[in-house]
Write a protein that binds this ligand. Structure first.
Ligand code: NAP
Length: 291
């Protein structure tokens, strides 16, 4: 048996029934023979402060957990200590109690980058004197984590295309200083103008909820996208979205969104249970059974 006996972590959200996190963490707990559990807790927004206080005071039975909609911003606001990524993104998805203090982190940027690193090694490598351009569709919480990751990986131009232009502009404003420091140009656009921006693009990301089961399809012509570009969709239900099919059909390398979900969970599991878990093909297959 590995680790302390009966370590307990959880995911909190409202509602919480849709969360795949218990299935994922329970797989790792079984695989590594850890005497612990990972539960789902439905916590309404007005119950969040009390719940987190009980985690800090060791009264909830949990050493930490993940937070999903609608708690990510409130979790950061209620934390005693936040890591740099959570502070920069303005939201947290991972928490743990340490010496009576509530610590939080945001692992979405890590998950996005680690998924691409695993699926397309060297996806972000080009000679230092050659520009690297990404087009990110969407300007919500996920797009924020992705833009931060792309700035940190040295992209020189990032186009942010969103249905609501003002939200894209706000996101560009949020990262203006960080982008300038890295010599990265950020450009806000409407989603309708995204097609024209695909020329010379190295990476296309769908970070909207379009293409997801129950949502409208993402309508975008890829005609201007270089065939050398990598295309990734963070929507993972369905795994093979219309965007990925269209991109594959014309010869682009594609990366689905399930890997981001799996990789973003790694740092939390290591923090609570003391082992850095592996994201394997077997884990992908396990999670696909229930998608
Ligand atoms: P969010 O903050 O609610 O943002 C939603 C984004 O989708 C916004 O840019 C929004 O545009 C756009 N959108 C929604 N409906 C649209 C429509 N009908 N037409 C055009 N644009 C539309 O959500 P989020 O947290 O960023 O998540 C976005 C998607 O990524 C979700 O499907 C989520 O499940 C998925 N996700 C996946 C992972 C993963 O690990 N793979 C992680 C996080 C999120 P407006 O600003 O104009 O409303």
């Amino acid at each position: 048996m590995t680790g302390s006996p009966d370590i307990r972590a959880c995911v909190i959200g409202f509602p919480i029934t849709h969360s795949r996190s218990p299935q994922l963490h329970t797989y790792w707990l079984d695989q590594y023979g850890i005497d612990g559990c990972y539960a789902a807790e439905s916590i309404a927004p007005d119950g969040l402060p009390d719940f987190l206080l009980s985690v800090k005071q060791d009264a909830a039975g949990y050493c930490g957990g993940n937070a999903t909609i609608p708690h990510k911003e409130a979790l950061l606001a209620l934390a005693d200590k936040a890591d740099a990524t959570a502070r920069i993104l303005g939201a947290a998805n991972t928490f743990w109690s340490e010496h009576g203090a509530l610590h939080v982190s945001n692992t979405d940027t890590y998950g996005f980058l680690a998924n691409l690193d695993a699926a397309v090694p060297q996806w972000d490598r080009r000679p230092a004197d050659i520009s690297r351009k990404a087009v990110v569709l969407g300007a919500g919480g996920a797009a924020r984590a992705i833009v931060f990751g792309l700035i940190s990986r040295g992209f020189t131009e990032i186009v942010l295309a969103n249905r609501t232009l003002s939200r894209a502009e706000k996101l560009v404003g949020h990262f203006a200083a960080a982008a300038e420091q890295q010599n990265c140009r950020l450009l806000p656009l409407t989603l309708a103008d995204a097609e024209a921006a695909l020329v010379h693009t190295d990476l296309l990301v769908n970070a909207t909820s379009l293409g997801m089961v129950g949502q409208d399809e993402l309508e975008i012509s890829l005609t201007r996208l270089p065939v050398s570009a990598v295309v990734t969709d963070i929507v993972y239900t369905p795994l093979q979205t219309g965007l990925l099919s269209a991109a594959q059909g014309r010869g682009n390398r594609t990366v689905d969104g399930l890997g981001m979900l799996l990789h973003q969970a790694v740092p939390g599991f290591e923090r609570w249970f003391g082992i850095r878990p592996q994201v394997t093909e077997a884990l992908h297959r396990h999670m696909l059974q229930d998608l």
